[in-house]
Every structure is written in structure tokens, then in C-alpha cells.
Design a binder for this molecule. Structure first.
Ligand SMILES: [Zn+2]
Length: 309
């Protein structure tokens, strides 16, 4: 009996130690004290899927001088993860709120963010999606907020030193007949494709592009797409990350934002030739930062339970 109690106590202690360690790592991932002079991106773990929807994407970026960008804000059911992260970072103002495309797992958290935080400017593409109540909710919540529509060929600055080049969608959105019926792929293919350049460091974030749009962007922009870091399009699914796209962007480090491993063989493509891959399912929230010299420092919330890749 005593032995059993001892074992139980030991197990409890180990569990507690593990929980404390993870909490500490979460706090480290969201510690901004070393962010000055760096471009930092935090890829958020947004929990598990709700009904048939993915929890989605949310990235919080900070510029070298401390401007804040939130690029997508996940499914409405995942909003707590986003507000917890923003609060852990001590953020009260979002200078740039960016929607890659108007699907629920990307803009679902927008009304809450607009309610809770001061918003500088909203950036989206021109794509409208009036039949979606979530789209209408965030457009309504955005009333009175400056709104900038982006398309390919645009450039803008994130703070004073980080340049953003926009490679998608095209200036004129050519809606299919019967839009938005059966238009999931079309909407994903209108995702903003954004390249961030800070000195020698480069990052590609391109929402949920499918391989068809990836190919046409590569045809239009070619070598300009080359980046050190990228987020795998469409949550690492095999709809995306075609070899044409991977060759054009040719990243050293890829980040996958998903609550599941959508496709193991696609995920493995990112670890070939010594390239690194991080996955929010395995790594939790992940922070990557660069002082602009082409080097990157990565901190994960969790240690990998196994080496799947
Ligand atoms: Zn998505």
C-alpha cells in the first residue's frame, strides 16, 4: 500500500513538474523583453477542431520597433487562445490587423479583437463573401476602422524597417459564376500572399493557397518569392505546397499551423535536405525571431514527443 502511495506521489510530482515546465515555456514564447531590434513572429496553437471546422491560423508579428500585427485570428471557438497570447504579450493595440482571406478559421476571431483591442488599420484583399455571417460580423465590427485593400504588386511597410510585398490576389478578382456556391477553393486561392523583408531576412505567409494559385503566382513572380521562412499553405494539407511553390520559395524553415497532421508525406517534404519544420500540433506555440541578418532563433512551447519527421 505504502509503495503504491509513493508511486502515486511520484507520478503526481512528475505531472506537476511537466505542467509547470510547459507553463514556463509558454511564458518564454510570449516574453517580449528580447524582441527589440528584431522581426518576431509567433505562430499560435489554437486548440482542436470544432465541429467540421479547422481551428485555423493566427500569427502575431512584432516589428523591430514594436509595432504589432495580427495576421488572421482563428475560428471563433479558438479566440481565447488569441486573446490569451495577446494579453501575455501585454498588447493593447493591434497596429495592423490582416485577414488573409475571409474563411471562418481565419477571420472568426476578428469581432472579439476589434471589441477588446485598439485597432490601427485593417488590411484585407478586395474579396467579399456576403453569404458568410462571420464575414458580415467582422465587416460590421470594422466600421470606423481604417481599411486598406491589398493586391499583387502592392508594397507597404510594417513599422519603419520591414517591407511587405504583396503577390496575391490579382488586382481584379474574377468571381466564378454562382459565387460563393462551391467556392471554397476559389476563396482559398484569393489569399493574400505576403513576403516580409527585414534586412537579409525574409518570410512568406500566404494563407490557404492551393497548388493552382501557387503555380500562377510562381509564373507571375518567380524568383521574387524566394524566402528563408514560410508557413505551409492551407495548414500543411496536400492541396498545397506543390513542388513548384516549394522550389520557388525554397525556405530553410517551414511552419505548419494545424491541430492535425493533414498529410504526412507533405509534412516530410519540408524536412528534406536539412530543412527544418515546426508544427503547432507537436510544438505548441512557436516563436521565431530574426535581427535581420538572415539568422533565425526559434523557441517552441513544447518538446517534441517523438521524431516523426
Ligand atoms: Zn484555413
Amino acid at each position: 500500500m505504502r509503495k503504491r502511495i509513493c508511486t502515486l506521489l511520484l507520478l503526481l510530482t512528475l505531472c506537476l513538474a511537466h505542467a509547470v515546465a510547459e507553463e514556463t515555456r509558454y511564458a518564454q514564447v510570449f516574453d517580449r523583453s528580447q524582441d527589440g531590434g528584431k522581426l518576431t513572429i509567433r505562430f499560435l496553437w489554437l486548440g482542436e477542431q470544432v465541429a467540421d471546422d479547422k481551428p485555423g491560423d493566427c500569427m502575431i508579428l512584432t516589428s523591430p520597433e514594436g509595432k504589432v500585427m495580427v495576421l488572421d485570428a482563428g475560428h471563433p471557438a479558438a479566440t481565447q487562445y488569441v486573446t490569451d497570447a495577446l494579453d501575455a504579450l501585454g498588447i493593447t493595440k493591434i497596429d495592423y490587423l490582416v485577414a488573409s482571406h475571409p474563411h471562418i478559421d481565419h477571420v472568426g476571431g476578428f469581432p472579439t479583437l476589434m471589441d477588446r483591442y485598439e485597432i490601427g488599420t485593417l488590411y484585407t484583399s478586395a474579396l467579399t463573401y456576403e453569404t458568410s455571417s462571420y464575414y458580415r460580423a467582422y465587416v460590421e465590427a470594422a466600421e470606423g476602422i481604417e481599411h486598406v485593400l491589398l493586391h499583387d504588386g502592392d508594397t507597404l511597410m510594417f513599422g519603419e524597417e520591414v517591407r511587405i510585398d504583396v503577390f496575391n490576389p490579382p488586382e481584379t478578382i474574377d468571381y466564378p459564376k454562382d459565387y460563393p456556391n462551391g467556392a471554397t477553393q476559389f476563396i482559398n486561392n484569393q489569399s493574400l500572399a505576403l513576403k516580409f523583408t527585414y534586412g537579409e531576412s525574409t518570410v512568406m505567409l500566404a494563407g490557404d493557397l492551393y497548388s493552382g494559385a501557387e503555380r500562377s503566382i510562381v509564373e507571375r513572380w518567380g524568383d521574387a518569392l524566394d524566402c528563408d521562412i514560410m508557413k505551409a499553405n492551407h495548414h500543411g494539407s496536400n492541396t498545397s505546397s506543390s513542388s513548384v511553390w516549394r522550389n520557388a520559395v525554397s525556405p530553410q524553415i517551414t511552419f505548419i499551423t494545424s491541430d492535425t497532421i493533414e498529410d504526412l508525406s507533405t509534412a516530410k517534404k519540408f524536412t528534406r535536405d536539412g530543412q527544418q519544420m515546426y508544427h503547432t500540433l507537436l510544438d505548441g506555440c512557436v516563436r521565431v525571431s530574426t535581427p535581420g541578418d538572415g539568422t533565425y532563433d526559434v523557441l517552441t512551447e513544447k518538446d517534441r514527443p517523438s521524431t516523426l519527421f
